[in-house]
Design a binder for this molecule. Structure first.
Ligand SMILES: NC(=O)C1=CN([C@@H]2O[C@H](COP(=O)(O)OP(=O)(O)OC[C@H]3O[C@@H](n4cnc5c(N)ncnc54)[C@H](O)[C@@H]3O)[C@@H](O)[C@H]2O)[C@H](O)CC1
Ligand SMILES: [K+]
Length: 478
């Protein structure tokens, strides 16, 4: 599990009532257990702690090692500890009069001749080569004959890649938390994966921690939040307009709608920001496919289906489009029935409700856990990602399966599915399909929950569109 996945999980655990400080307590305890395995009681243990939560874990460890001769070396001043929970654990050591000192500069670090060194300088928060005083402290650790136990990851190693930008601590044992980290796999050390009490539900349910993915990797996206092409409309005009507006509100930079010319004016009138690209006639037909493929490559994501209807020619056009398209697409509404026999290289996020799922040949069940298994199997068969809407939405790519619990019965009003398709389209521009589906379902449901507070069961789909930005980026309840 990567660092970003772990951060999502921690925040989800917090949302489920298991605060990080409790996880830190388990982490510190797990490190102490390994120390007891490698050194008998009475041994000298030197803790070298940084100012982040990696250090905080080791402050906890010190409390679990009453039977040992423990000294704690904090690299830096206590006022500069970066998190409240690490500081609270430092303060607890002070009040307990544990031998815990601040090391103002690296020349002042004297580890003596310990039996065990606990490396708690840096964990998943490391960026680049070790700076001072950590770099010198790593050398001091290497000079001892001690058994080195690293907290979470040996300081200086990138937990995601295993890369070492400068020097790193050479650990004998690593105690990492919850799950193995990719950067530890090749390591020549004994790695213990400790269960720190993160509930399975933090992985299963979509919670506010999932929103952390939206701020991921500022460099890699360079503020590019995607261009979305909605292919929809004909028998219906409101649907593609809602989808397009939702894509905007969910962060897309540009939204274009390709629709029959008969409805272009109406679709345009819903929102000035939408760029309408009409094609001739009043329905999507196979003759339009080449033109749509040309348009599609100008965009990061295509959303196909809202308001298209199910005329034979329209479905044939969708089939022909998918046969040639190899980008990313959200498939909704009538277009969904084409997916099971589609011969396509495209990456699809399909957003059926349970009736549409059955039309696709999928099975469903009243019990959400059974439904989650059925959806996972069907996603694996299709080799695509499914977001199956319901009171509990199920999102699966066949490998990972998530369940979303936001939303309320007021959302049975028409158009909320179109909003979800638009949000999914915007998110698919920057996220893997499984994350795009999970976050879209969560945000759409939360937008519905915000709208119901204001309008009760008089809420309408445009209220969800307006609430989407708050649902995605607003303050969440603590
Ligand atoms: N679920 C879990 O796995 C839990 C893990 N926990 C532990 O928390 C750390 C991560 O804590 P964090 O505060 O985010 O980061 P670090 O302690 O690793 O470091 C942050 C600190 O370090 C500075 N810094 C960054 N790069 C360098 C560098 N190259 N040289 C010097 N200093 C650097 C940065 O400025 C920050 O001040 C995780 O590893 C676990 O040990 C928690 O206990 C909760 C559950
Ligand atoms: K460490």
């Amino acid at each position: 599990m990567g660092v970003q996945d772990q951060a999502v999980l921690d925040e989800n655990a917090e949302a489920l009532g298991v605060p990080r400080k409790q996880l830190m307590e388990s982490s510190g305890n797990a490190v102490a257990r390994v120390v007891r395995d490698v050194a008998e009681s009475g041994s000298a243990v030197a803790i070298v702690a940084g100012r982040g939560n990696n250090g905080g874990d080791a402050f906890v460890t010190a409390r679990f090692l009453n039977a040992y001769d423990v000294t704690v070396n904090l690299l830096g001043r206590a006022e500069t500890i970066t998190t409240d929970i690490a500081r609270e654990n430092w303060d607890a050591l002070q009040r307990a009069e544990v031998d815990a000192r601040e090391v103002r500069d690296s020349t002042g670090l004297d580890l003596g001749d310990p039996d065990v060194v606990i490396d708690a300088m840096l964990g998943t928060g490391v960026t680049g080569a070790l700076r001072e005083p950590e770099a010198t402290a790593a050398e001091r650790i290497a000079e001892t004959d001690a058994t080195v136990v690293a907290v979470d990851v040996p300081s200086g190693i990138d937990a995601d890649t295993g890369e070492v930008a400068g020097a790193a601590v050479d650990a004998d044992h690593v105690v990492t938390f919850h799950d193995q980290k990719p950067g530890l796999v090749e390591l020549d050390a004994d790695v213990t994966v400790a269960d720190i009490g993160i509930p399975d539900a933090a992985e299963r349910f979509v919670e506010r921690g999932d929103l952390l993915r939206l701020s991921r990797d500022p460099q890699s996206h360079k503020g590019d939040h995607g261009e979305v092409l909605v292919i929809g409309g004909g028998p219906y005009t409101g649907a593609p307009a809602l989808t397009a507006q939702a894509a905007f509100r969910a962060g897309a930079d540009l939204v274009r709608v390709a629709c029959p010319s008969s409805v272009a004016r109406e679709v345009q009138s819903f929102s000035e920001g939408i760029i309408v690209r009409p094609f001739t006639g009043d329905l999507l037909e196979p003759g339009h496919v080449d033109q749509l493929l040309d348009r599609a490559v100008e965009n990061d994501v295509v959303v196909i289906g809202p308001g298209l209807g199910n005329a034979t020619g329209t479905l044939e056009a969708v089939r022909e489009f998918l046969a040639e398209f190899d980008g990313r697409a959200v498939i909704d509404a009538d277009a969904l029935q084409v997916v099971p026999d589609a011969d396509t290289d495209a990456t699809l996020l399909c957003t059926p409700h349970q009736g549409e799922l059955r039309t696709m040949g999928g099975e469903t069940d009243d019990d959400w856990e059974t439904r989650a298994e059925l959806v996972a199997d069907f996603a694996a068969d299709l080799d695509q990602t499914l977001l199956v809407k319901g009171a509990y939405d199920v999102i699966s790519d066949g490998g990972r399966t998530r369940v979303n619990r936001t939303g309320n019965p007021g959302m049975t009003v028409g158009g909320t599915g179109d909003v979800l398709a638009g949000a999914s389209g915007a998110l698919l521009a920057t996220q893997k399909p499984i994350h795009a589906g999970a976050i879209a379902a969560y945000a759409n449901g939360r937008a519905g929950d915000l709208a119901v507070e204001e309008f009760g069961h008089g809420l309408v789909a445009p209220d969800l569109v307006d609430a989407l930005p708050t649902a995605l980026w607003g303050e969440t309840d603590e």
